[in-house]
Design a protein around this ligand. Structure first.
Ligand code: NAD
Length: 296
């Protein structure tokens, strides 16, 4: 049993904290949204009154926040936590953020004698609830061994991809592929529908053919094709379109840093930017299909 401070209880962090509590850990939680804290308490966690208050006796600090600026703010900002984390505690940031920010925060942690991992995840909200996430970890191997039992309570696959920041780079590579695949899957189905095809029959065929992907099988962008996909509930829940836009922006930044060419990644970033401008930033990212269809 570990004493865990958990900060950020949104679509992902909420169910992740719940799984840690279910596995018997003592989880002290905080989020800016009181209802998110209450939901975690209902799932077996203990409420803290602030991010600082989560740290009481913490052996491990886990954060699951939207973007780089939130992670930087929570750890290094004016009331940043790094100075208050108990000595010897392990810090694990599971947010998807810029590799450079991950390195900056972990260097500041190291300067205080704290080990820190970047451990962004893949698997979506369904994976977070089911405890089947994939963790993509950057940092020291012995820190990962300390983290492993906790990650196993929230996930199924754990990849150590390199030193600090490497987890974020690998995660961006995955999400760039996902962003492109989702957009083109929506485009393909829209083309079929414009020719009078049934989107479900088309999707079922693609799901067992060479065009298959997570977008055809699990999170199909066309309403009514998959009962449990966000598309079938007005694109609510799931992985926000603006979060995908953020990740593609980070991929573009990361590519520029090393002079890599990512023509499709840049195109996809623009598509999700257009989706944002169309007012769908808070909807699931599969709503990008609405750029080429009139389905609601
Ligand atoms: P979310 O917006 O649902 O949740 C983020 C939570 O952080 C919110 O509840 C917010 O109130 C809280 N928060 C923000 N600033 C805070 C602060 N200073 N102190 C305490 N709480 C604070 O986002 P999410 O979908 O849970 O995603 C979290 C991270 O995981 C993002 O980096 C995202 O890119 C990544 N991710 C999301 C998914 C997905 O399917 N949703 C999948 C993989 C990775």
């Amino acid at each position: 049993m570990s004493r865990i401070a958990f900060i950020g209880l949104g679509n992902m962090g909420g169910p992740m904290a719940a799984n840690l509590a279910k596995a018997g850990h003592a989880v002290r939680v905080f989020d800016l949204v009181p209802a998110a804290v209450q939901a975690a308490v209902d799932a077996g966690a203990t409420a803290a009154t602030s991010a600082l208050d989560t740290l009481t006796d913490a052996e491990v600090v886990i954060s699951m926040l939207p973007a780089s600026r939130h992670v930087e703010g929570v750890y290094l900002g004016e009331d940043g936590l790094l100075g208050d984390i108990p000595g010897g505690a392990l810090v694990i940031d599971c947010s998807t953020i810029a590799p450079a920010t991950a390195r900056k925060v972990s260097e500041a942690a190291a300067a205080r004698g704290l080990q820190m991992l970047d451990a962004p995840v893949s698997g979506g909200t369904a994976g977070a609830s089911a405890g089947t996430l994939t963790f993509i970890v950057g940092g020291e191997a012995d820190a990962l061994e300390r983290a492993r039992p906790l990650l196993q309570a929230m996930g199924r696959n754990i990849f150590h991809v390199g030193a600090s920041g490497a987890g974020q780079v690998a995660k961006l590579c995955n999400n760039m592929a996902l962003g492109v695949i989702m957009a083109v899957t929506g485009e393909s189905i829209a083309l079929g529908v414009a020719h009078g095809l049934d989107p479900k029959v088309l999707s079922d065929m693609m799901a067992v053919s060479t065009g298959r992907s997570w977008a055809t099988e699990v999170c199909n962008p066309w309403p009514g094709v998959l009962e449990n996909a966000p598309a079938s509930r007005g694109y609510s829940g799931g992985f926000g379109s603006d979060l995908m836009l953020k990740d593609l922006g980070l991929a573009v930044e990361a590519a520029m840093g090393v002079g890599a060419s990512i023509p499709l990644g840049e195109l996809a970033r623009n598509l999700y930017s257009m989706n944002h401008q169309a007012g769908r930033g808070k909807l699931d990212f599969s709503s990008v299909v609405q750029l080429v269809s009139n389905e609601k």
